[in-house]
Design a protein around this ligand. Structure first.
Ligand SMILES: C[S@@+](CC[C@H](N)C(=O)[O-])C[C@H]1O[C@@H](n2cnc3c(N)ncnc32)[C@H](O)[C@@H]1O
Length: 173
């Protein structure tokens, strides 16, 4: 499986994360891809962890963190399956486009409606957040983002209008 190349969604979340005070905080980047957000978390002084289902992404982030001399715990996992810790912050820029979920398109396809993987993530995220912890998730108006916002009582903290879609960062706590 190819590794997701950082795009507007990645940079929206990365820029948001770069404004946070993460010194000494435990932070997890779910679906890390190239590691663009996990690396930023580590640069900001977080005790960073990164998860991806794609072994090539895991390999890439491990290599990049060594090159930058940053410590990141990189885990190959289907969402939280191989994780047994809790975090102050968990971020996820999920695959959110509708389509048939097969190995090759997992970097962009979030399920038949586009939102299934995000829902699986939100169903479980509480178990991996510390008491005052929170999660940030990227949503798009190309999938049924309003249902997610209402269903999980998310707050939109950032948005970006592009010519073909509007992206949101939503907060869960
Ligand atoms: C849209 S990309 C985002 C990559 C990176 N975080 C960024 O912002 O550039 C979604 C990522 O989620 C990963 N992913 C897809 N399904 C997953 C799952 N079930 N568990 C963990 N990661 C998954 C993909 O391999 C891909 O790297």
């Amino acid at each position: 499986m190819t590794v997701y190349r950082p795009d507007k969604d990645s940079f929206l979340l990365k820029n948001y994360v770069s404004e946070l005070d993460l010194q000494g905080k435990k932070a997890l980047d779910m679906g890390t891809g190239s590691g663009v957000i996990a690396l930023e978390m580590a640069r900001k002084g977080a005790e960073a962890a990164a998860i991806d289902i794609n072994p090539e992404a895991v390999e890439k982030v491990s290599r990049k963190s060594k090159e930058e001399d940053l410590e990141i715990q990189v885990i190959e996992s289907d969402l939280f399956e191989n994780l047994d810790e809790s975090f102050d912050l968990i971020v996820f820029n999920p695959p959110y486009l509708p389509g048939e979920e097969v190995d090759d398109n997992r970097i962009w396809c979030g399920g038949k409606k586009g939102t299934e993987l995000t829902e699986r993530f939100l169903d479980k995220v509480d178990d991996y957040l510390k008491e005052d912890g929170y999660a940030l998730v990227v949503l798009s108006n190309r999938a049924d983002y309003e249902k997610i916002i209402d269903g999980y009582r998310l707050d939109i903290v950032e948005s970006k209008e592009l010519w073909f879609e509007t992206l949101y960062i939503a907060l869960y706590n």
